[in-house]
Design a protein around this ligand. Structure first.
Ligand SMILES: NC(=O)c1ccc[n+]([C@@H]2O[C@H](COP(=O)([O-])OP(=O)(O)OC[C@H]3O[C@@H](n4cnc5c(N)ncnc54)[C@H](OP(=O)(O)O)[C@@H]3O)[C@@H](O)[C@H]2O)c1
Length: 286
């Protein structure tokens, strides 16, 4: 690695640590009784978020397509200390389901303090094969349902000085090979909610928006796709989930987890050849 690259890397790390040290501190008591809707919570990071919210004594509604799995997550949330835990099965590929889910949460919880948008439709880890229909469907699940739910929940979040939490990916900022459609949906989220962030701030809205940029996390579905193909460490889903919750609760604009995803994103703009090198040498063709 050249001197310039080393200098850039150290500078970014120092800047990142400075930002971390000055970040507001998290008080888990602030989540006791909080009314939370988490999407994509039947497994993976969403499931882990549901358990953390449960431990913190929140009132939660979770959603996903598989009723049986949702039921089991709800039972565990209650045993961990959730004041309330309910589920509603929904498919975010259906046009009316995003509204249906928000209506259910508003009715059962009497409003919302947190809307945590986390679900994703399935996509393969493979070379782009020209399947535009799948791309269209994925956009519906991973992007359009997010903006539909956010719009529906906004009046209640305004009333409660609430928070919108968007789970995104480093792939949405630093395009990775073999996930072209997934990457596109995450870039769309970053763009849309980045823009909405300004609009809300400019009209002095009560609602905070947090965009969470995650690197590789050890969920079953992610590991199934990339096992043996990616030479970067996978970080624990439970840790990722806790970091997302803290970011929303402290109303921070952004989360980068693990920390080096931030470095990757900055290098991508400052010195693209280095990210190109890392991308093309840390990922093998499926
Ligand atoms: N894991 C990683 O390495 C990684 C890295 C960067 C970012 N992220 C982000 O983190 C979030 C969670 O990822 P994850 O790895 O935990 O995902 P996951 O384990 O695959 O879980 C996805 C969730 O979405 C639900 N879901 C799937 N299709 C759906 C549909 N059509 N309608 C409604 N719900 C649907 C699933 O439940 P059902 O099957 O019951 O529907 C499940 O609860 C995503 O936004 C992802 O982009 C993950």
């Amino acid at each position: 690695m050249g001197q310039l690259a080393k200098f850039l890397l150290v500078s970014i790390c120092v800047a990142y640590m400075a930002v971390k040290w000055t970040a507001p501190s998290f008080d888990q008591e602030s989540l006791r009784g909080a009314r939370v809707l988490v999407t994509g919570a039947s497994k993976g990071i969403g499931e882990q978020m549901a358990y953390h919210y449960g431990r913190f004594g929140a009132k939660i509604v979770i959603t996903g397509r598989r009723e049986k799995a949702l039921q089991q997550v709800v039972e565990k949330c209650l045993s961990l200390g959730a004041q309330k835990a309910l589920y509603i099965a929904a498919d975010m590929g259906n046009e009316s389901d995003p509204d249906k889910v928000v209506d259910f949460a508003l009715e059962k919880l009497g409003g919302l303090d947190y809307l945590v948008l986390n679900h994703i439709g399935s996509s393969s880890f493979s070379m782009w094969d020209g399947d535009v229909e799948h791309a269209r469907w994925l956009m519906k699940v991973n992007f359009f349902s997010y903006i539909q739910m956010a719009w529906k929940a906004l009046p209640s979040l305004e009333q409660s000085k609430g928070s919108l939490v968007i789970v995104s990916s480093a792939a949405g900022k630093v395009p990775s090979p073999f996930v072209a459609t997934y990457t596109s949906t995450k870039s769309a989220l970053n763009g849309f909610f980045g823009s909405l962030y300004h609009e809300l701030a400019m009209r002095k809205s009560n609602v905070s928006i947090s965009i969470c940029t995650l690197g590789l996390i050890d969920t079953e579905s992610a590991m199934e796709k990339v096992r043996g193909l990616i030479n970067v460490p996978a970080y624990p889903a439970t840790e990722a989930a806790l970091n997302i919750i803290k970011t929303g609760a402290t109303r921070q604009q952004e989360l980068y987890y693990p920390w080096f995803t931030y470095v990757m994103c900055v290098i991508r703009d400052w010195y693209p050849p280095l990210t190109n090198y890392i991308m093309q040498n840390s990922i093998n063709s499926p």
